[in-house]
Unconditional design. Structure first.
Length: 487
C-alpha cells in the first residue's frame, strides 16, 4: 500500500506536528529534487509545527516529470530518512502541498507564481540551472533556457524568464512582489540572482529593471546538508520503516545548516524552529562552506572516482586520500579571515566525520558532475586567495589536476564515462588529440570565462598542475594520491 496519509504510521516514525490541510500555500519552490525535500521542505515542516501560518509549498520541476509523479499520488507526503553514524530515523514531511512539472502543468505553475498568496519563491536548480554568465554577472546567451526565453519571453521555460514574467504580471496586477530565495551553492547567491534578473529584464522588459533592482528582495543564503540521490535501497528502507510504499522517499545526514539574510518584506516561515540562523551578512558563512566543504567534496570526488571509490565514505577509508581531504580543508581555511564564533579546525574535523558516515551512500560520480560550474567558487577562488597571500598551492594544484584528469572522460581501464557537465562538448574538444600534460593543462586553463587571470597567468600553478596530472596519467590515480600524501 502506498503512502497517502498520516494514518497507520508506526510510532517510531515522526509525523508533522500540525494538520497539513489547515495551512495554505505561501511558497513556490523551483527545483523539486532530493536536496529541497531534505532541506528547505523539512525546515518548513518544522516551522509549520512551531508557529503555523500559510507556508506550505508548491513544488515545481522545470523539466523532469518524475518529482510530481512521485509526490502527487501521495498527497505531497514523503519519508525523510536521517542517517548518522549511530543509526537512522524516519520522518514523514507534510509541507509540500502541490507538485508540478512546468511542461504539462504550465497553467498551474504560472498561476502559483502570480497568486497573491505566494510570498516567497525559493530555488534549488543547481549552479548550471540559472544561465548565469560568470564573466558579466548577467545572462549567458548560449544557455538553452536563456536563449529560448530571450526569444519568447511570454512563454518562459527557465529561471530568469519565469521570474521576470511573474514579477511583471504581479506588478501589472498591483500584487506585491514575492521574495526570491536562492538556495544553490553560488557566492552571494541573492545578489547574483538579482543581477541575472535585472539583465534579463533589461533585454525583455526594460520597464521592470528599476522595480526588480530596488523593490524585490533577494536575501542570500548558505545551505548545508549532504543529500545523496535516492536509490532503490532508499525506497526499500522507507517501506521497512513506515510500512508503506513511498516513491518520493529521500535520505540525508542528521546534520543540517541554513544561514539566511533576514530580508523578507512579506513575511516568512519560522525557519529558526529548524535551526536556521538569520544574519545581516551571509557571505562569511557561505565562503566557509563553499571553500571547505564543497571544495573538499570536489577534490575527493574527482580523485576518489578515478581511484575506484564509489562513495564518499569509501574515500575516507583510504588513508592517503583522507589525509589529502584534511589537507584541502586546512588549505581552504587558511584563505579566509577569522569568523567570530567559528573554529575552522573544529569545522574541518566535523566535516571529516560527516564524510566518513558509512550509512550515507553519497556517490563520488554524483558530486563530480557540473565541474565547470562548481570549480570557480570551490577551488579557483581560494586558489586566487592563496596566490595573493603567498600560501602553498599544492592542495589546489592537486584538486585541479584531478578535475582535469576526470575531464579526459576515461577510466584507467579505458572505459568512457559522461562528464555530465554543461560544457562537456567544449571540454572534450579542448583535449581531443592533445598528448602532453602541459598542453592539456594549457588548453583547459584557456577556456573562456573559467580560470581567473591570476591563475591563468601563474606559471608556477600551471607547472604544478601539469606535474601532478602527469603522475595521474602515467602511474594511476591511486599512485598519485599516495605520492601526494607522502610529501
Amino acid at each position: 500500500m502506498r503512502l497517502t496519509s498520516l494514518e497507520g504510521l508506526p510510532s517510531s516514525v515522526a509525523r508533522p506536528g500540525y494538520t497539513p490541510d489547515d495551512h495554505g500555500v505561501g511558497i513556490v519552490h523551483l527545483g523539486l529534487g532530493a536536496f529541497h525535500k531534505a532541506h528547505q521542505a523539512a525546515a518548513t515542516d518544522a516551522a509549520l509545527a512551531a508557529e503555523g501560518g500559510d507556508w506550505r509549498i508548491c513544488g515545481v520541476s522545470l523539466r523532469s516529470l518524475e518529482p510530481a509523479a512521485q509526490l502527487t499520488p501521495q498527497n505531497g507526503l514523503y519519508t525523510l530518512i536521517e542517517r548518522s553514524a549511530e543509526g537512522s530515523n524516519a520522518r514523514v514531511i507534510g509541507s509540500v502541498a502541490q507538485a508540478f512539472c512546468l511542461g504539462p502543468d504550465r497553467a498551474e505553475v504560472l498561476g502559483a507564481l502570480t497568486a497573491p498568496e505566494t510570498r516567497i519563491v525559493s530555488l534549488t536548480v543547481t549552479e548550471k540551472g540559472y544561465g548565469l554568465s560568470r564573466t558579466t554577472g548577467g545572462v549567458d546567451e548560449a544557455h538553452p533556457a536563456i536563449a529560448h526565453d530571450l526569444a519568447a519571453p511570454g512563454a518562459p521555460v527557465g529561471v530568469a524568464g519565469l521570474l521576470v514574467w511573474a514579477l511583471k504580471a504581479r506588478h501589472a496586477a498591483g500584487t506585491a512582489p514575492f521574495t526570491v530565495l536562492c538556495c544553490d551553492n553560488l557566492p552571494e547567491n541573492g545578489r547574483l540572482l538579482r543581477s541575472l534578473l535585472v539583465d534579463f529584464a533589461r533585454r525583455t522588459a526594460p520597464e521592470m529593471v528599476e522595480f526588480i533592482a530596488t523593490d524585490v528582495a533577494f536575501p542570500s543564503t548558505m545551505v548545508d546538508r549532504i543529500t545523496p540521490a535516492a536509490t532503490p535501497e532508499t525506497l526499500a528502507a522507507a517501506q521497512e520503516m513506515t510500512g508503506y510504499r513511498d516513491e518520493a522517499a529521500v535520505e540525508t545526514e542528521a546534520f543540517t545548516q541554513w544561514v539566511i539574510e533576514d530580508n523578507f518584506p512579506t513575511g516568512r516561515p519560522a525557519w529558526e524552529a529548524a535551526g536556521a540562523m538569520f544574519v545581516e551578512d551571509v557571505r562569511p558563512y557561505e565562503e566557509m562552506k563553499l571553500r571547505m566543504l564543497n571544495g573538499a567534496h570536489s577534490m575527493l570526488a574527482y580523485s576518489g572516482f578515478l581511484a575506484g571509490h564509489r562513495h564518499v565514505s569509501d574515500v575516507m577509508q583510504d588513508a592517503p586520500l583522507a589525509a589529502l581531504v584534511r589537507r584541502q580543508l586546512a588549505a581552504a581555511a587558511a584563505t579566509m579571515p577569522a569568523l567570530p564564533g567559528v573554529d575552522f579546525a573544529a569545522y574541518a574535523e566535523a566535516l571529516c566525520a560527516r564524510f566518513a558516515n558509512p550509512h550515507l551512500k553519497h556517490q563520488t560520480y554524483q558530486i563530480a558532475m557540473d565541474g565547470t560550474e562548481k570549480l570557480p567558487q570551490r577551488i579557483l577562488a581560494p586558489c586566487v586567495a592563496a596566490i595573493s597571500a603567498g600560501q602553498p598551492l599544492a592542495p589546489f594544484a592537486f584538486a585541479l589536476a584531478a578535475w582535469i584528469r576526470y575531464a579526459l572522460g576515461q577510466t584507467e581501464a579505458g572505459e568512457a564515462y559522461a562528464l555530465r557537465d554543461p560544457r562537456e562538448e567544449e571540454l572534450r574538444a579542448a583535449v581531443s588529440g592533445v598528448e602532453g600534460s602541459e598542453d592539456i593543462v594549457a588548453r583547459l586553463v584557456a577556456l573562456p570565462g573559467l580560470f581567473p587571470a591570476p591563475l591563468a597567468e601563474s606559471t608556477a600553478l600551471r607547472e604544478a598542475v601539469a606535474e601532478k596530472l602527469q603522475t595521474m596519467r602515467t602511474q594511476g590515480m591511486a599512485a598519485a594520491i599516495r605520492a601526494e600524501a607522502s610529501v
